[in-house]
Design a protein around this ligand. Structure first.
Ligand code: LMR
Length: 328
């Protein structure tokens, strides 16, 4: 019966190697916002498309709302291989490159259309590969929208109204300088901690898009939201360069295609989500939405302008010029 044992062993080896070969590649996509946001919707679309294009070959698991990793840990987790995709705001790459700081310069980009133009151009595209030596590969840019300023005060029209107030900021040195320029006290803080910090008065205000202000309920714990459009929240979908380069070519091509389509889908949605969330905030009647006059806006712009000079040498004059050129 020796031959029988040998055949059985060979068969079971064969079956288990077939099972092994059929195991889908698990791709964990971790992010910090709610599902009903531009990034949340983009991640879900990517999952749908990737699994459709590569049936049985990949399984995409999406973890929203800092469930798996928050701001502080997601980049490390990506580099360690604990997660394969993340899409941090461009304000959170300070440690990896100074070039992306261009996106944080206050009042540089007047609209998302201009951002689009810059990103589609050679300078924007080159930035996707600017962190390869650090192990990060940029796959796409995803939009959120323009940032608004909010505080727990009734008056919020000119820079003097935020003097001495504490503001939560993302981990960006440019944003730190921006708030110092208007006499406020910035505090770097993870996104998942902002609601509580606003509620308990640890900070007085914050800056964010309508979609984040709505989905995180910041409008419930702020008195005024000024429509400043002074900056933006944009994302880079990044992956671990070594993991990406090591994928079988057909899988990599399928994922790249899914990413391209998910990007078009999410970027088309972003503007509408922000507009409709702004409406919902207005309807809730909790925080007042403060429109600003041209003169008010000019005051903010003038007060924040010195930030450009300070950061231009690190970013590179050419990049700042390219961004300005995109704006016409
Ligand atoms: C923030 O920290 O305020 C944002 O970057 C969160 C996000 O991912 O939109």
């Amino acid at each position: 019966m020796k031959w029988f044992a040998a055949v059985t062993a060979a068969l079971s080896l064969c079956v288990s190697s077939i099972a092994f070969a059929q195991q889908p590649i698990v791709i964990k996509f971790s992010h910090v916002v709610a599902e009903k946001t531009p990034k949340g919707q983009g991640a879900l679309k990517f999952k749908e498309l990737a699994e459709k294009k590569l049936p049985g070959k990949v399984q995409v698991q999406v973890f929203p709302s800092s469930q798996l990793f928050g701001d502080a840990k997601e980049m490390e987790a990506l580099l360690l291989g604990d997660v394969q995709l993340i899409a941090p705001s461009l304000s959170k790459f300070d440690r990896y490159t100074k070039k992306l700081q261009v996106y944080d310069l206050p009042f540089l980009f007047p609209s998302i259309e201009v951002v689009d133009k810059f990103q589609d151009g050679p300078d924007g595209q080159a930035l996707l590969d600017s962190m390869k030596s650090k192990g990060l590969k940029g796959l796409a840019y995803w939009h959120n929208g323009m940032k608004q300023l909010s505080t727990n005060r009734d008056k919020l029209t000119v820079p003097a109204d935020v003097k001495g107030l504490k503001f939560r900021i993302q981990s960006s040195d440019v944003l730190e300088a921006q708030f110092r320029a208007v006499g406020a006290n910035p505090q770097k803080m993870a996104f998942s901690e902002v609601y509580q910090a606003l509620q308990t008065g640890v900070v007085d205000g914050q800056e964010n898009t309508w979609s984040n202000i709505y989905s995180q309920k910041f409008y419930e714990v702020q008195k005024t939201i000024a429509e400043t459009n002074h900056g933006l929240i944009e994302y880079m979908v990044v992956t671990n360069a070594k993991w990406w380069d090591g994928l079988p070519p057909d899988i990599r091509a399928g994922l790249a295609e899914a990413m391209k389509e998910a990007t078009a889908y999410a970027n088309k949605l972003a503007f509408d989500i922000n507009e409709s969330d702004k409406k919902k905030i207005a309807e809730a009647g909790k925080a007042k939405i403060q429109k600003l006059t041209k003169q008010d806006l000019a005051e903010w712009q003038k007060a924040m302008q010195p930030v450009w000079k300070k950061f231009e040498p690190g970013i590179g004059k050419d990049l700042v010029q390219a961004a300005l050129k995109a704006g016409g």
